[in-house]
Design a protein around this ligand. Sequence first.
Ligand SMILES: [Zn+2]
Length: 434
Amino acid sequence: MRADSLLREVLGYPKTVVEDVWFDRSGQVVVSVRPVAREQRRCGLCGRRSPGYDRGRAGRRRWRGLDLSAAVMWLEAGVVRVNCRLHGVVAARVPWARHGARHTREFDDQVAWLAVKTSKSAVCELMRIQWRTVGAIIARVVADIDAVTDRLEGLRRIGIDEISYRRGQLFLVVVVDHDSGRLVWAAPGRSEATVQAFFDALGPDRCAKITHVSADGASYIANAVTKNCPDAVQGVDPFHVVKWANRALTEVRAQAWREARAAAATEHKQAHGRPRKDATAPDRSASDRARQLKNSRSALWKNPENLTTKQKAKLEWIQLNDPKLYLAWQLKEGLRLTFKLPATQAEAALDHWINTARDCQIPAFVKLQRSITTYKNAILTAISHSLSNGRTESVNTKIRLYTRIAFGYHGPEPLIAIAMLALGGHPPTLPSRT
Ligand SMILES: [Zn+2]
């Protein structure tokens, strides 16, 4: 096999003629290409064969391709402009890249694959691009998928949620299909208008086919659902309720820590006046107590079966030294376990929980008990209709991970694009693999 046909084979661009290859002055590989004859003079937007307009303003243009071995590789070609019947004067389509892109299609696809599989720094370092470029590439890949799929087709049972990002400053409304576990829609905002935009996109015919909707109890979501899907059964997803309980536990722990810290400060002042008598009881010293509480987060939050030995010891310490915080933890755990019970036992267990929490004398949990009483029927509805199948929760958790990855982008669009790409049911594939 001759070297040039070998190269053509290796590069494997469809509908593309390789004209020449050389190293440029910086040691990067440049491959001169052109579309095969029947691919020339097609509109970059619709692909329609169109009369030529001119030879383009840019003259010859380069696209970054995947590295050739370890060398950076560029494709170079002259780009003509065509006069499309529909789109007017536009750059002609090229088979190796998406319209308007400065990277080849396979470069885009590999970046998209990496972006959902690995860390931000790994993508940037491996592909030698800026994070901002990754955002633009993901947007292109998602737009490609959206052009040929209807994510809202066939929806019956959905979950509508609010996700906060930018340290709780900004919000997204996301819609998940309970049956497929896919993320089907997301938009910035947290208002009835945001949810209405989803139902508008769905249209009245498909709204009528929605049978079940789970949410987090927010009235703006419930209002929009009632307006658009009056016959749908509405439930409150138990994982949201566990989240409320975690929030209440955070409050109790924060207060315990503040109190211990204040006591430590007093103790410190006294110690300067006269030597402390009880220096042999380290767990009783207020500063030690503050330190123990400060590092207690993961022991309190994780499910007990997943605790490390150290975290278990921490929990035991809390049990011995802070009965109130321990009771708060027990209430949170009790609630979580209630939702693991079969639907037939859930109601009695929830009633029992409500009775215990009502008398616990911890304000955050008394308040939680009131909300749970309000939403009790909606919570039980979600359980009995299996709207709490964990899929929505897992999508919700994963989006939260992506909010951290997408941090550093301006605006919510790259976050939505990366979440859609990862959780929308059309995962990116590596070039040349099926
Ligand atoms: Zn066109």
